[in-house]
Design a protein around this ligand. Structure first.
Ligand code: AQP
Length: 342
């Protein structure tokens, strides 16, 4: 079986963008791939954060994975920091990462601009190297992510190729290794629909955990009345009828796309059904569809979060399996890079 890995940061609440861009797709992919899904807590400290909340947020995120339908008989769920090899491999990879590659990252530029100089730690710059480590450690074939991760994925691929060229192949064989490629070069799996869910208050910005206004996103755990209220107040336009793909109507396209994904209908069906609708009618439909879709997830979440022993067991089992794969890769990288074997 081919392997996939992916993760979400335990910062803020998981929202519809994380769900439609990533987690929802994991549920179907776990049937066809060997899957590892982790909570990327080490990434969550790249901007100032509250240490008292990190562990709770990490467990809540794990519970959301389970509540959304990750099945532990098919996939492993673990916490990134529980597998020490992530940080170790990152150091090795960082020795071969040109600083220029990192300076070019759009997410670094945007986040550092927003955070201000005092809050920009080295880890914000080196974040993509840790992400490369997360992926390459598991010799992953594919990485299901939203479109915002495209550039980081490209860097991961370039880094894998660079390390393979620098230390792999015959050179490695001469040193007593197995030779060949050290890392598999992974590919992103970006969904056709849902790859970029936009903010409810601005159809040109992506829905994001760090946006200051909670009105801009639907969190997976938002209560019914909050969802209804956010949809009621979300930004629309004054055109008549509703349509996809009109560049002058980014909010309309976004809300129809959300409706399409959440109801599991085709784009054509939604376009036909909604073409003559007014905003009032559509907003009620959309809010009801979201509430219906999220309700069972919220019920399962409450069950899981109130059984900490079960959750700890899932995370321990996941970390044990992940450590086995990760350590094997890490050992071969140490060997190929010329370190003394233990
Ligand atoms: N708006 C989005 N549409 C589609 N996919 C999205 N993802 C995030 N936002 C959207 C995807 O969710 C996965 C996990 O994201 P993350 O938590 O690791 O990183 P993030 O991009 O930092 O998430 P946020 O919500 O956007 O947080 P901030 O505000 O910190 O930037 C990834 O697969 C991502 O593509």
């Amino acid at each position: 079986k081919k392997r996939i890995v992916s993760g979400v940061q335990p910062t803020g609440s998981i929202h519809l963008g994380n769900y439609l861009g990533a987690i929802k797709n994991w549920i179907s992919l776990q049937n066809s791939y060997e899957a590892l899904f982790f909570i990327v807590d080490l990434h969550a400290i790249t901007l100032p954060y509250d240490a008292q909340l990190l562990s709770k947020a990490t467990k809540n995120t794990a519970a959301i994975y389970l509540a959304c339908g990750i099945d532990t008989s098919k996939a492993s769920i673990f916490v990134q920091s529980h597998v020490r090899a992530h940080v170790e491999l990152m150091w090795l990879l960082s020795s071969a990462t040109p600083i220029g590659w990192l300076n070019r990252m759009i997410q670094f530029k945007e986040k550092s601009r927003k955070a201000g100089d005092e809050n920009v730690g080295v880890a914000l710059l080196t974040y993509p190297v840790l992400m490369a480590s997360d992926i390459l450690l598991y010799q992953s074939d594919f990485v299901p992510v939203g479109e915002d991760q495209k550039q980081h994925m490209e860097l991961t691929r370039e880094l894998a190729e660079r390390i393979n060229n620098l230390y792999g192949g015959r050179k490695w064989k001469k040193m007593g290794g197995r030779g060949g490629a050290i890392f598999k070069v992974p590919e992103p799996l970006i969904p056709q629909a849902g790859a970029r869910v936009m903010s409810l208050t601005d159809g040109l910005s992506k829905m994001s955990k760090s946006a200051p206004s909670d009105q801009s996103r639907i969190n997976l755990l938002d209560p019914k009345d909050v969802i209804a209220n956010k949809i009621k107040r979300c930004k629309t336009d004054s055109f008549s009828g509703l349509e996809f793909d009109n560049p002058d109507r980014p909010e309309c396209n976004n809300l129809l796309s959300i409706f399409q994904l959440i109801t599991g209908r085709t784009k054509e069906e939604v376009a036909r059904e909604c073409q003559d609708m007014n905003w009032g009618t559509f907003k009620t439909l959309l809010a009801d569809a979201l509430i219906d879709h999220l309700h069972p997830i919220q019920v399962r979440y409450e069950e899981i979060i109130s059984d900490p022993a079960y959750l700890d067991g899932v995370l321990l089992e996941g970390a044990t399996k992940a450590t086995c794969i990760a350590d094997a890769t890490l050992n071969s990288v140490y060997q190929a890079m010329g370190f003394v074997q233990r």
